[in-house]
Design a protein around this ligand. Structure first.
Ligand code: S6P
Length: 592
């Protein structure tokens, strides 16, 4: 049994908020060790060992496979009546981005089959949230319900897939509640990675139920096939709570399995069975094994990215097709996860918004963060690119290799720090002349047995593999930069209620102070006061998070105050002297 499965391991926390014992010392690890830890952590997604005393259901457990089969059958029914039906995928942050990726790629597939597009996505905060962090709308259950109501107007049957890795987002809870009240039209599915009893039980803003009550109701309705909860345990995240990693990955591969099984039933006459579902999960496991077999090259890339960030250089991902989207997503998540500047790691996709297929269309005029085309890179960044900046190309043998070579040549004139993640097919590989343009080429040749000759499956595997690689590179680079303490990101931005609770927990974890003391210190730091006023004490969490959104280093400041008993001013002074949080913590707090 994994260490975190014991009931005594961090008992007050759900799995998605526990710290993973595998990565306890990741902040002190070298690049090879970091990749090995990531590999071991991701292996937990596919864990098939059943322990009698474990209370957790895993992805490969019979009950989860059965749930996947049942949902696939609902997908099959929906696909047979495309005029009146819709499949809506929804979530906040990474979960919303995965929803977008799945909905757009499955719609594209339907178009190729000359079928009606029946997928739609909702992301809290709208399309802006695909590229930037919009954490506040996550707390709004009514907004979620409203957006779902609007998206499904006029439809008779809607399969709603609400993703919340932590079984915690109020936005998704509002949507599920709306579905439960309209079961004649909606079949709700909840996707996440905690057992129902660990769903969040904190009250929500202007809403009569908490997430746990809704999840319990969903489980109850599952007995009548009116609702489904797909919630295998995949273990705690590499960096505590960072569900962009395993949570996002597991959501993607699990939902692809479920949705494609439904598609195959309708378009290839392949009945939905537990064996087919298991075979698909197994294929994804092969993708995992193949990707992580490149451990040396991954470690080399991660190290180079770390050096670039340490030297105040940048990391740029230049991708083609959906691999470009994976790059953009990974880059944008570094801002909320590591407090990175938006210029630190950036992603670009060859043709920009025309390739995104997002609902709100071209957002490039919204601001510089939305300049995502290769031409934007060439015009705005290339002229000042130096060897300090790392550039990683993301492409496959199916992309326009002339375009790839041309761009590589131009980039190579300014920086030799040029690398690539390349996906080849058995018998169809990128020529050596192209590979030779890159200092490091992490080049994977995928066997045809893995894609069953389906181009959508192949692309999904390339996306998954690229996600694993980029998550490793960006996480590793920030660890090497000193942004992580043990396996906690201490300097988190406290922009919603989940992050407010996580911040208090981190303070308790590292200072042994009481919850009240931690909350008081956090509020002093957020409001920048030595003493709390009555007004602050009586304000609600939403107000605290609105205020915290405008402030830097609120958690480290509170941490230093609690540990050393110093004033707010003194804590800020200490932190100014040690901009790397890990050093500040080590210097002042003497953790062992
Ligand atoms: C996590 C990421 C967040 C989450 C979001 C939704 O690494 O930064 O944006 O995706 O908070 O979380 P959940 O648990 O509802 O999927």
């Amino acid at each position: 049994m994994q260490h975190w499965e014991h009931s005594s391991y961090e008992p007050s926390l759900p799995i998605t908020e526990k710290s993973n014992p595998i990565t306890r010392d990741i902040d002190r690890a070298n690049p090879d060790e970091i990749v090995q830890m990531l590999k071991n952590c991701d292996a937990e997604i596919f864990d098939r060992t059943a322990y009698l005393d474990s209370m957790y259901q895993k992805l490969n457990s019979c009950s989860m496979v059965q749930t996947m089969v049942e949902i696939s059958k609902k997908v099959e029914i929906i696909l047979k009546d495309p005029e009146n039906s819709l499949i809506v995928l929804s979530g906040c942050g990474t979960s919303g981005r995965v929803a977008f990726l799945l909905a757009t790629s499955l719609n594209r597939w339907l178009v190729a089959l000359h079928q009606k597009q029946i997928y739609s996505y909702i992301i809290a905060g709208g399309d802006k949230a695909l590229l930037t962090s919009q954490e506040a709308p996550e707390d709004n259950p009514s907004l979620g319900a409203l957006m779902l109501d609007k998206a499904s107007t006029g439809k008779k049957h809607v399969l709603f897939i609400g993703i919340s890795c932590g079984l915690s987002a109020p936005f998704v809870a509002g949507q599920l509640h709306f579905c439960l009240n309209n079961l004649d039209v909606f079949t709700p599915v909840l996707v996440g990675f905690n057992p129902v009893h660990m769903a969040r039980s904190e009250p929500m803003q202007d809403f009569p139920f908490n997430f746990k009550e809704i999840a319990e109701k969903m489980s109850e309705m599952q007995k009548h096939q009116k609702a489904f909860v797909l919630n295998p345990a995949v273990g705690p995240e590499v960096i505590t709570g960072s569900s962009r990693m395993k949570g996002g990955t597991a959501t993607k591969l699990m939902l692809e399995t479920v949705l494609l099984a439904g598609h195959e039933a309708v378009y290839s006459n392949e009945a939905v069975t537990a064996d087919n579902v298991l075979a698909s999960v197994r294929m994804n496991e092969k993708v995992y094994e193949t990707t992580y077999s490149q451990i040396d090259k991954l470690a080399a890339l991660l190290q180079k990215a770390g050096v670039s960030l340490q030297e105040k250089g940048h990391v740029y991902y230049l991708g083609w097709q959906t691999l470009g989207i994976i790059g953009i997503i990974d880059a944008s998540e570094c801002i909320p996860t590591y407090g990175a500047a938006f210029e630190d790691i950036r992603g670009f996709i060859s043709k920009g918004f025309s390739e995104m297929n997002n609902k709100e269309g071209d957002l490039s005029c919204v601001g510089p963060r939305f300049a995502i085309a290769h031409t934007d890179f060439v015009n705005a960044i290339l002229p000042s690119l130096t060897d300090k900046d790392m550039v990683i190309f993301l492409f496959s043998v199916e992309d326009d290799l002339n375009e790839v070579s041309e761009l590589a040549k131009r980039v190579g004139q300014n920086s030799s720090n040029l690398h690539a993640l390349i996906h080849d097919l058995e018998g169809h590989c990128v020529p050596k002349s192209v590979i030779g343009m890159f200092m490091t080429a992490l080049n994977i040749t995928w066997p045809s047995s893995l894609n069953k000759h389906s181009s959508i499956l192949m692309k999904q595997h390339w996306e998954l593999s690229t996600k694993w690689c980029l998550n490793a590179i960006s996480t590793g680079a920030h660890i090497l930069k000193g942004k992580v303490y043990r396996n906690y990101m201490i300097d988190l931005r406290v922009t919603n209620s989940k992050l407010f609770r996580r911040a208090i927990h981190i303070l308790q974890r590292f200072t042994n102070s009481t919850q009240t003391q931690c909350e008081t210190a956090l509020l002093r730091s957020i409001y920048d006061v030595e003493e709390l006023t009555d007004e602050i004490s009586s304000a609600d969490v939403t107000q605290h998070t609105l205020m915290a959104n405008q402030k830097d280093r609120v958690v480290p400041t509170a941490l230093v105050m609690l540990q050393s008993g110093c004033t707010l001013a003194e804590a800020k002074f200490h932190l100014d002297a040690h901009p790397v949080i890990r050093n500040a913590v080590a210097a002042h707090l003497r953790f062992s």
